[in-house]
Design a binder for this molecule. Sequence first.
Ligand code: PAF
Length: 281
Amino acid sequence: MKTIKDISVMQRLCLDARARGDAIALVPTMGFLHDGHRALLRAGRTRGDILVLSIFVNPAQFGPKEDYASYPRDMERDLKIAEEAGADIVFTPEPSSVYPPGYQTYAEVTELTKGLCGASRPGHFRGVATIVLKLFNIVFPHAAIFGEKDFQQLITIKKMVNDLNLPIEIIGVETAREADGLAMSSRNSHLNPKERLAASSIPRALMAAKKAARNGATAKTIIEKAKKIMEKEPQAVIEYISVCDPVALRELAHVEKTARLLVAVRIGKTRLIDNCLLTAE
Ligand code: PAF
């Protein structure tokens, strides 16, 4: 496994691989890897002759009051996990080379990013779209793999790829969960034991929502049922909970066939997101 920091070295390596006819699969991450990332790497391994993992805590997707500085980092451990998972190349650029002084070019998916997480994190998806587009222009992947946990991010990236005619297959991988159903996230490491317990109300709320949808409940009732479960936890403050169509992320009043329930919850200082598929039968 090679570890590469330099952008032009990375580009050269990937262009050479493509010229040899190798398929490149990219798993973009911000590191502090967990089983969710392992699942992305497994999916990537089946898609590429060359599996590239990028580890970059992207300052452009954090607001000024957000957790960029305290975002968990452990490069040594990440490199071990990457090697075990069969990554061929780990790309770990420096922020100063990704965004050198005078940097001023950004990518933006305008509509899909207005609501949900976009409403409380202005500029977040612009930062995500920009780094992902930059990674695509550095790694030249045939396929890129993202987790469904960040559902709005996944839909936004798919839209960018489609709108900009990028010849890259975007693959979404099902959310990896802890034994109690909590979605795996690097940010879970910030939770103290009490908060961790409170966080388990999120998957319970999703299960209740799924059941309500199957029983034919309206979006309003589904949301009320899910809310009730999370509101029992004094530590949990719901930022949003929404039933949306899974492509345009428009709010729905009814689940016709399928829909997506998306939630963002603050537990103490930690903001967690999750989502699930709702089906009407
Ligand atoms: O999902 C993440 O870890 C990040 O948002 C991503 C896609 C790596 C971009 O920084």
